[in-house]
Design a protein around this ligand. Sequence first.
Ligand code: I4D
Ligand code: MG
Ligand code: MG
Length: 316
Amino acid sequence: MLYGSRRRDRFECSEVIDVSCRPLPVNTLHQDGTGRFPVTRLFVMEDWSDCLDVAVQIARRAGQVVQSAVKQEKQVSSKSTPTDLVTEADHQVEELIISTLRDKYPSHRFIGEESSAAGVKCELTDAPTWIIDPIDGTCNFVHRYRNHHILCLNHRVNMFLSSQHTILHFQFPHGGGEHRICCKERDVSKALILTEIGAKRDPATLDIFLGNMKKLLSAPTHGVRIIGSSTLALCHIASGAAEAYYQYGLHCWDIAAAAVIIREAGGCVMDTTGGPLDLMSRRVVAAGTREIADYVVKQLQPINYGRDDTDPDGLA
Ligand SMILES: O=P(O)(O)O[C@H]1[C@H](O)[C@@H](O)[C@H](O)[C@H](O)[C@@H]1O
Ligand SMILES: [Mg+2]
Ligand SMILES: [Mg+2]
């Protein structure tokens, strides 16, 4: 069972410990003076084991909803930009998950992709919080493209829950189970790098996006791939299928669950500046090794998408 705990709105965890889900003594974490709690040891203060069981059941039920919806005709609309798609299945799955969890855990809070798009504030507090992307890779889902879409459900204690790849029955089991291991490649010329385009398509953004890709292709690296799902791509870092991932424009619900998996698999997840990951910053670099992560960070020119917690439309 994998737990991470966060005392403030920064997900800064340098060590995730396996716990036996027994209540541990409450431990005060020392503030480092920067207002951020450097969570170097993680202490579980209550037993979350039933959350995992409940959430795995919901993930499976939601996966069945998506699996049957992928074959149906879809009503497709767009959100922040014409390429930021959403379907009734996205709404249906998010509603199923939140209503079930809210009944079970009335004190818990929720951050959902489609609730956020409808204007619900994206706010991380000290309350246990579920961070939900009902369908990550909605564009692939709409096009029935090689089935690259994934449901991700993450619990603020950052217990990674079953993130079910609904069509290929490709499951990343919750935190425990067989451990995946990130690639330990340190030579960027032997790296396969993944990224995503993000929702902005204006010429200036595309110039920076393509410039970043050109720099990484000419390193040279083995290649750069875009599969259409941030979360699935991040999970491929954990499974060792690729060496690094970078993106500007994804959201906290794309990152939260996968970041836990990658760390558990021995990889690193950070901000695009090389600093600690800021879950709400809409940007990330992840890699199997620090050397490759640092190389990627040095090549990137930033694209500003604002923040999940301060820019409701998500396009600064
Ligand atoms: O909207 P969903 O949940 O499909 O998430 C995708 C974003 O829409 C893309 O902009 C982004 O580039 C990624 O593809 C991300 O997975
Ligand atoms: Mg989504
Ligand atoms: Mg998504």
